[in-house]
Design a protein around this ligand. Structure first.
Ligand SMILES: Cc1cc2nc3c(=O)[nH]c(=O)nc-3n(C[C@H](O)[C@H](O)[C@H](O)COP(=O)(O)OP(=O)(O)OC[C@H]3O[C@@H](n4cnc5c(N)ncnc54)[C@H](O)[C@@H]3O)c2cc1C
Ligand SMILES: *[C@@H]1O[C@H](CO)[C@@H](O)[C@H](O)[C@H]1NC(C)=O
Ligand SMILES: *[C@@H]1O[C@H](CO)[C@@H](O)[C@H](O)[C@H]1NC(C)=O
Length: 468
């Protein structure tokens, strides 16, 4: 093989930039939440050049609490409503212990003088992510208050990214804000998926006279004082919000498809909270009838029914679609086969401990983009996705659970580590995640302050000493 020195100077000139280009790509990252920050760091480490676009005025995404809610529509159906990104409420504490939550090589440690609890407040997570951005020198690559409005593939295979300076509150965005166009080799989508409400279907709701809202717009218990409140949902937000408002509300009724046993029944430890099955009908007089046979006259219904994936800026020409909350086709929840590797998605899986997963997905994307890690052919990736869909169908899961990887996050993370040749998620972390899940069921009221996995906490602390 000819070495560079035997080639004419002109040829060397032409080759050098090409070689450099092969290693380091120009990459646009959309969003500076935990996923976008992880992606930015891994892309930089791999030698890529990065611009991280962030619509908000600071990093941290969903962890940046704001007392603002959307207006005028708290339910989230009006396309013209002002948009608020974060779904975090004032009293929110994490539902994972900090040892599990943090990035693999950047422990979520207690900061002197701050909230040192094992399940800290949302402010602590926001501060941790801000520290991460500062410590890895990412801040200078992040463009705040800059919204990506359109992403479309250029005829040469690269990506045209259109962005504009934007304040989060749409009403304040000057209509004249100029749209800037730039071309990137690759785009990594990290826009989060806890902003666009998913609603429950409630029979008779058109005529029901009460107020409705989605948990996305829940902040503080005050407005629910002396009200009869119905919450729909069986997961974290319904559990947390019902407990948040019970001390001030007149009555709290939680309706969920996952509740079993005799219904309705009182929530132990509360004098004004009841658990119900699904809502059977609603009526003009404010009546809400549950399929367990009970009924109440309610003032307000809060939909704690989760969120939808949404990529309003992405113009993939049909290569990636969202169908009943399935984003696809995506190879291993990351690469659309026909556009890989220049388009990728970080953070799609849910029911997970997310930060380590973001980190591993980001390492994979960064390594594939530099050519260090190879992907199967487009056809093989598509076959893999199709086989995966068949498995979901065979198991009887609805499409919308496609990215619920709770039963195999551990295997998924290990698979990514193997692809990347990087450290695996520690055994103690996997065990602690499982222990937390059990503790949450055993102690629904105080799992954040009382636990049994002391030995795992010690293992975690010893482990962190080796990397600090
Ligand atoms: C109520 C609630 C409680 C949670 N509790 C926990 C917990 O205890 N532990 C845990 O680990 N996880 C928890 N999570 C999950 C949480 O979502 C993840 O921890 C993590 O914050 C997700 O990060 P992300 O970067 O994917 O998304 P986000 O944090 O949502 O960040 C996305 C970013 O993209 C930006 N963006 C979006 N569109 C554009 C655009 N067009 N142009 C420019 N920027 C854009 C947004 O402004 C935002 O900053 C919780 C989530 C919610 C909603
Ligand atoms: C949203 O605003 C546009 C432009 O002002 C208007 O044409 C449209 O009817 C509005 N839609 C709703 C649902 O209010
Ligand atoms: C997620 O998947 C797990 C395991 O397959 C299942 O037990 C759980 O009910 C699912 N949760 C949701 C909300 O889909």
């Amino acid at each position: 093989m000819a070495s560079f020195t035997t080639l004419p100077a002109m040829v060397i000139e032409a080759l050098v930039p090409a070689a450099r280009k092969r290693a380091g790509k120009e990459v646009a990252v959309i969003g500076a939440g935990a996923a976008g920050l992880a992606a930015g760091r891994e892309l930089r480490r791999e030698g890529h050049r990065v611009v991280v676009f962030e619509r908000g005025n600071t990093v941290g995404g969903t962890w940046v609490y704001t007392p603002e809610v959307e207006s005028p529509d708290l339910l989230g159906v009006d396309p013209n409503r002002t948009l608020v990104h974060s779904s975090v409420y004032e009293s929110l504490r994490t539902n994972l212990p900090r040892e599990v939550m943090g990035f693999l090589d950047y422990p979520f440690s207690v900061r002197p003088g701050c909230d040192g609890r094992r399940f800290p407040s949302h402010q602590e997570v926001a501060a941790y992510l801000a520290d991460f951005a500062a410590d890895f020198d990412l801040v200078r690559w992040i463009r705040l208050e800059t919204e990506v409005v359109n992403v479309v593939q250029h005829p040469d295979g690269r990506w045209l990214v259109r962005s504009r300076r934007a304040l989060l509150n749409r009403e304040c965005t000057p209509p004249s804000a100029a749209v800037i166009e730039e071309v990137f080799d690759a785009v990594v989508v990290c826009n989060g998926h806890y902003t666009e409400p998913r609603l429950a279907v409630i029979p008779g709701i058109e005529k029901w006279r009460g107020k409705q809202m989605h948990s996305h717009n829940y902040r503080v218990p005050g407005p629910f004082a002396d009200k009869v409140v119905v919450l729909i949902g069986g997961y974290a937000s319904a559990k947390d919000i019902s407990r948040d408002i019970a001390p001030v509300a007149k009555e709290v009724h939680v309706s969920s498809r996952t509740e079993s046993g005799e219904l309705p029944r009182m929530q132990p430890g509360y004098a004004n909270m009841w658990l119900h099955s699904l809502i059977k009908s609603t009526h003009e007089d404010g009546g809400v009838v549950f399929s367990d046979g009970s009924s109440v006259i309610a003032d307000i219904i809060i939909h704690c029914t989760g969120y939808k994936f949404r990529f309003p800026f992405l113009d993939s020409n049909g290569a990636v679609t969202v169908d009943d909350n399935r984003v696809g086709p995506l190879y291993k929840h990351v690469f659309p086969p026909s556009l890989a590797p220049s388009l990728s998605f970080i953070g799609i899986p849910w029911k997970v401990y997310p930060f380590p997963l973001f980190e591993l997905q980001s390492k994979w994307v960064a390594g594939v983009l530099s050519g260090r890690i190879s992907l199967p052919s487009e056809r093989e990736m598509l076959e893999d996705v199709e086989a995966f869909y068949l498995q979901i169908e065979a198991a009887g899961y609805p499409k919308r659970y496609t990215h619920n990887i709770s039963s195999y996050q551990s295997e998924y993370d290990d698979w990514l580590s193997m692809q990347c040749g990087c450290m695996k998620v520690e055994e103690w972390r996997k065990e602690m995640f499982a222990a937390t899940y059990k503790n949450r069921i055993a102690r629904p009221e105080n799992y954040r302050d009382e636990w049994d996995d002391h030995d795992l906490v010690l293992q975690a602390q010893e482990h962190f000493l080796t990397i600090e």
